[in-house]
Ligand binder design. Structure first.
Ligand code: DX5
Ligand code: ZN
Length: 219
């Protein structure tokens, strides 16, 4: 077993929104490391979830890292409000930003850690010019919009390339995987280079949340 520290980041998209504070507390109680917040604008992703006020309202509820994944068409429009709400990571989609390097600069200037994400249909070389500037690369293993989908296994191969670029160039970004991750396939993602495991439905449907977190982390 590798001694690599793997971080677990349950996604609140699969939580009961009527009991969100409790659900966030259950993430912390289960021993997870981050709270993954899936923000969707109903345009980039054909679903609506939550916005900066939700982040502001859960901020005082947990000490965990708030890992915000913005599936939105205009990420620049949300940087200030998410920074003021207390987001730690602000991950945007490269498909939604012509000027991705400027978005990264503005995220960092606002005091958050910049992350970038690509959907299954986007080739990994799209990131070539910006991998040196980000703190996180989020690999979406499903088409954006909903929890509970099955992982598209070929997407994991993109991690291998990003892990070798990081090694070769000495970059510092974390690699995160998101979508269709379960206790059974998390280790495959870690083998391919994942440092952070996002899990929505497999966490919130688990009868023993602490056990699923240990499995996701490879403990
Ligand atoms: C999909 C979201 C994912 C999703 C993960 O658009 O970005 O984070 O909520 O949920 P599961 O783990 O259920 O696939
Ligand atoms: Zn996500």
């Amino acid at each position: 077993m590798s001694d690599k520290k793997v971080l677990a980041a349950p996604s609140i998209l699969s939580a009961d929104f009527g009991r969100l504070a409790e659900e966030v507390k259950s993430i912390e109680a289960a021993g997870a490391d981050w709270v993954h917040v899936d923000v969707m604008d109903g345009h980039f992703a054909q679903n609506l979830s939550f916005g900066p006020k939700t982040v502001a309202d859960i901020r005082p509820v947990t000490k965990l890292v708030l890992d915000c994944h913005l599936m939105v068409s205009n990420p620049l429009d949300y940087i200030t409000s998410f920074a003021e709400a207390g987001a730690d990571y602000f991950t945007f989609h490269v498909e939604a930003a012509v000027h991705s390097s400027r978005v990264i600069q503005q995220i960092r200037a606002a005091g958050m850690k910049p992350g970038v994400c690509i959907v299954p249909g986007t080739p990994v070389h799209t990131l070539d010019e910006i991998v040196s500037e980000v703190d996180l690369i989020l690999m979406l293993l499903v088409n954006p919009g909903f929890g509970g989908q099955k992982m598209i296994p070929s997407c994991l191969e993109k991690l291998v390339k990003l892990a070798s670029i990081r090694e070769e160039k000495g970059y510092h970004y974390l690699l995160s995987v998101d979508g269709g991750i379960t206790a059974d396939n998390a280790s495959l993602a870690v083998e391919k280079g994942a440092d952070v495991i996002v899990a929505g439905s497999s966490f919130f449907t688990a009868s023993d949340k602490a056990a699923i977190v240990r499995k996701l982390k490879g403990i």
